[in-house]
Design a protein around this ligand. Structure first.
Ligand SMILES: [Zn+2]
Length: 910
């Protein structure tokens, strides 16, 4: 059905929220402001309503079963006024590195700063045109933009200092080297006992001299963010140090390089200040193993670049190498050198079930770390790993490489504790090891007597912040208190906290989340939003230079049927998508040849998988017949599954397979290689970047909008040449799906505003139940002297009450007061219970063992009942929710817990 107005009339919009409801929270008002130009003209009932996009006067409304919405493509390119003309800003890394010229950063970055200042000024004059009710929030937005600008200026000013300037230049050089080197994997074979690579070393690696005029540029928001962060790293006492800075940029925007740039600056600065101050300086955390592998490689390239630069400047930067450690579960990397040795033996013997090591190429030159075949024989060699002094050493097989002897990459836990690498990358879960592994104290620069032998980590980076939510986020939030505590240092009487940077593409109520998670009062978004959602100065809609119209965006199409169920709807939609691709010009097929389909559950995915065997091919065939396209029938030969049911290395293989392009005029052999259909679970939500893919089907509306955004963001990443096309299939038996379909336009035009807030409640009873013990024990084992780390000797613990435990307790209470004041009393009493338990328990060891009186055992393990009486179960993962164990075994001590302590130490805790 279509309805139109007479020519001189148009439809009016539904009233806006701010017009109906006067009292809006800041966040609601902010959304209303940013999206005030998006109107809703109609809702569907049993259908979807649609109207023309990008039109001020809507004169036609229609009902449809396939509503569409094209999201704007955003560009990080920034245009500034120069001599009255708009020019694209280009900031070269080599310029800032001081390689190409000796021009000061001030001069190079002035157009950026000036451009941003003018943009703010310009927007400020526009506030009067904003509806009156939204003007206060508009002013607040611009005030925060101004604050960002001021912080950038402060950063720039600090670069007048020679040492800081040097750190900044070297950081730029390091990022430039990281951008250029080690990206392409080099393979080779063995000939006359020598490795011959497909690409020689000299052509693969560039040094800073040959990069003098390299064209690599910063995106404006990346360098602006680095500039803004300088003050908080240099001046540890400044207010900005305690602000959580959240980089918020659409997916595929280059957030990683922004925070790696900050990290590089920090690591160099610390060495310039004190060349002997090695040890962990940056801690970067992730949530998923898949993401970790990819990020690990990017970070490793940075570390190799830094280490290369250090080796040339060891007088200034010290003799300890810059290094990186990957601290993750034993599924991904071996946790002991013994296990690593076994794995290496298996790999060298070419055994099938051998676990691959995570680093598969040299981060500096790209040389393959793995198998090399000997030419003319069936012999295979395994290169890149060796055992030296009982330790697994990663090294580059190419003898020309700077890292032929050893790569500064540590993947075995034991080695990580021993070497305390400059840059530690770990999963959130791994930090539970602070309870179980006393050696982990070295990562915080803490020595055997609880003294500092190195500075603690200064920078914590948390990527994909939105994933730290729900039960995982809640427990992580409690653990953050311990991590921060171990990172504290005292500078001239002031307690200095580490700087925290987080990144995400989707977030709601970030201030609340940052407060709950990190216990920090202030959090800031970067880039700070302006007056419209589509213009933050650092990100603007991509415009076609010739036509002046927006470039193609990511198109969402809703598919809903009233008569067939979701299974049949899949058969029909998939067949249609796959078959139509066979009908377009061969040269244009690649982006749309591989259909990526997303399922909300593995059960639904299983259902989808069975359809690919007969239903989809059959339907596809008959569809082609019906259209009279016998010649162009699409055969579906290659179907893949990308789910957590697959092992780590199988997933990597699937991702590599997905990268295979469709090539016109290919022979039969190739025909079998390009993937036709890939069925994926939520594993693709983060970290899967295959930029050739442009078409996707989402089967059923995902539960969370953040997930919907992340998943659909996997396609159309090269939007300027192959824009994304997303089909969302709605089930007609689920009322939620139906509602999403009926509100399709409204939902999609404010997609980012629909992200649900995530709740993190680290001081709730249930979280204290599971986590407080771990946090307190973790503290005792890491921060006090070695004897306590080995066994809970109360006499020893008591000695540290005054100078260590009480201050920790006070800071914990302070945090709870900020996050959840109602829980403060509960926290206090539970904390005391733990200490009393230690006092009365006469424990002789931490871990339960038949011969000793152990304090704790790992949750989920079975131990004899007799040992359980005195002991407590302790978490060993952030994810294991052992809530099924409801039974309570009251211990002897819990009855005594209410007794007054004899020695009166409790008075220390107010
Ligand atoms: Zn190498």
């Amino acid at each position: 059905m279509t309805i139109s107005t007479p020519v001189e009339y148009s439809f009016s919009v539904y009233p806006k929220q701010y017009e109906m409801k006067k009292l809006l929270s800041d966040e609601e008002a902010s959304t209303e402001l940013l999206y005030r130009n998006e109107g809703v003209y109609a809702f569907g009932h049993g259908c979807a309503a649609d109207w023309e996009q990008n039109s001020k006067n809507v004169q036609q409304l229609l009902t449809t079963f396939m509503p569409e919405y094209e999201a704007l493509s955003m560009t990080p390119n920034v245009f500034v006024d120069q001599d009255g003309k708009k020019v694209e800003l280009e900031i070269k890394m080599s310029d800032l590195a001081g390689l190409s010229s000796n021009e000061s950063p001030e001069k190079i970055l002035k157009p950026l700063i000036e451009g941003y200042r003018k943009w703010i000024e310009n927007k400020s004059t526009g506030v009067d045109n904003v509806p009156e009710l939204l003007q206060p929030i508009a002013r607040k937005h611009l005030k925060l933009c101004k604050e960002s600008l001021d912080r950038m200026k402060n950063g720039l000013k600090l670069l007048e200092d020679q040492q800081i300037l040097e750190a900044f230049r070297l950081a730029n050089t390091a990022i430039l080297l990281q951008q250029v080197n080690g990206k392409d994997r080099r393979f080779g074979c063995v000939e006359d006992k020598q490795i011959i690579f497909n690409k020689p070393f000299k052509e693969s690696v560039k040094d800073e001299i040959s990069l003098k005029n390299a064209s690599n540029t910063w995106r404006a928001f990346q360098i602006a963010f680095i500039l803004m962060s300088i003050e908080s790293l240099v001046d540890e006492k400044c207010d900005a140090r305690e602000v959580v800075d959240l980089i918020w940029f659409p997916t595929g925007g280059g957030k990683t390089e922004a925070y790696l740039g900050v990290a590089a600056f920090q690591m160099i600065l610390r060495r310039l200040k004190n060349p002997l101050d090695s040890g962990v300086d940056v801690m970067m955390r992730y949530t998923l193993r898949l993401l970790t592998a990819d990020q690990f490689q990017r970070s490793s390239r940075l570390i190799c670049s830094l280490e290369y630069l250090r080796s040339k400047n060891s007088k200034k930067l010290g003799d300890a190498p810059f290094s990186i450690g990957i601290w993750v579960g034993s599924n991904t990397t071996p946790n002991s050198n013994k296990a690593a040795k076994t794995s290496l033996n298996k790999l060298q013997k070419n055994e099938k079930n051998a676990q691959q090591f995570i680093v598969n190429s040299c981060s500096w030159c790209g040389a393959n770390l793995g198998y090399y075949d000997e030419k003319g024989s069936k012999k295979r060699y395994y290169f890149g790993y060796k055992i030296k002094n009982d330790r697994l050493v990663v090294h580059c097989p190419d003898k020309n490489c700077h890292f032929h002897e050893e790569l500064p990459i540590y993947i075995v836990d034991e080695t990580i504790y021993e070497k305390h690498p400059t840059f530690l990358i770990g999963t959130v879960d791994k930090f539970v090891q602070l309870v179980w592994q006393p050696k982990a104290r070295a990562l915080f620069g803490i020595g055997p007597n609880g003294e500092r032998f190195n500075s603690p980590p200064s920078l914590i980076v948390q990527d994909e912040l939105h994933l730290i939510s729900g039960p995982l986020g809640t427990l992580t939030g409690l653990f953050e208190a311990l991590i921060e505590e171990l990172c504290l240092k005292n500078v001239e009487g002031k307690v200095i906290k580490p700087k925290i940077i987080a990144a995400t593409a989707t977030i709601k109520q970030f201030e609340e989340q940052a407060r709950a998670l990190f216990g920090r009062e202030n959090a800031r978004l970067f880039p700070s939003p302006g007056l419209e959602n589509e213009d933050s100065f650092f990100a603007t809609p991509a415009i076609n230079k010739e036509t002046g119209k927006p470039m193609p965006g990511r198109k969402y199409v809703g598919v809903y049927t009233t008569s067939v169920r979701i299974m049949m709807s899949q058969v029909m939609a998939f067949s249609s998508i796959l078959q139509s691709t066979a009908e377009i010009n061969e040269r244009e097929r690649d982006p749309y040849w591989t259909l990526l389909s997303f399922y909300n559950t593995l059960r639904e995915l299983g259902g989808g998988l069975t359809l690919t065997q007969t239903d989809i091919p059959q339907y596809s065939n008959s569809m082609a017949m019906r259209k009279g396209l016998q010649k162009d029938i699409r055969y579906i030969n290659n179907v893949l599954e990308l789910t957590s049911r697959k092992q780590s290395h199988e997933i990597s293989k699937t991702i590599d397979d997905l990268k295979l392009e469709y090539r016109p005029n290919k022979d039969q052999k190739d025909m079998n290689s390009t993937i036709d259909l890939c069925l994926a679970s939520n594993i693709i939500e983060v970290g899967v970047d295959i930029d050739r893919l442009s078409v996707m089907a989402i089967v059923g509306q995902p539960k969370m909008t953040a997930q919907y955004i992340q998943v659909s963001g996997r396609v159309g990443r090269r939007w300027w040449e192959r824009p994304g096309l997303i089909f969302t299939l709605y089930s007609n038996t689920k009322s939620r799906d139906k509602s999403h379909f009926e509100h399709f336009r409204e939902y999609h035009q404010k997609l980012y505003a629909q992200v649900e807030p995530t709740s993190v409640t680290p001081f709730s009873d249930s979280c204290l139940d599971r986590g407080l013990h771990a946090v307190v024990i973790g503290f005792l084992r890491q921060a006090l002297n070695d004897d306590i780390s080995r066994s809970p000797d109360w006499k020893e613990i008591r000695k540290s009450l005054n100078n260590k435990i009480v201050p920790f307790y006070n800071r914990l209470i302070e945090r709870a007061e900020l996050v959840d004041p109602e829980q403060v009393e509960e926290l206090k009493s539970r904390f005391m219970e733990i200490l009393k338990r230690l006092e009365k328990g006469n424990y002789t060891a931490w871990r339960v063992d038949p011969k000793v009186n152990g304090y704790m055992y790992s949750a989920g393990t079975t131990i004899p009942h007799a040992l359980k009486v005195n002991a407590r179960s302790m978490i060993n993962s952030m994810r294991n929710v052992d809530s099924e164990c409801r039974g309570i075994i009251a211990s002897v001590y819990s009855n005594e817990e209410h007794n007054e302590s004899e020695s009166g130490w409790e008075g220390l805790f107010s």
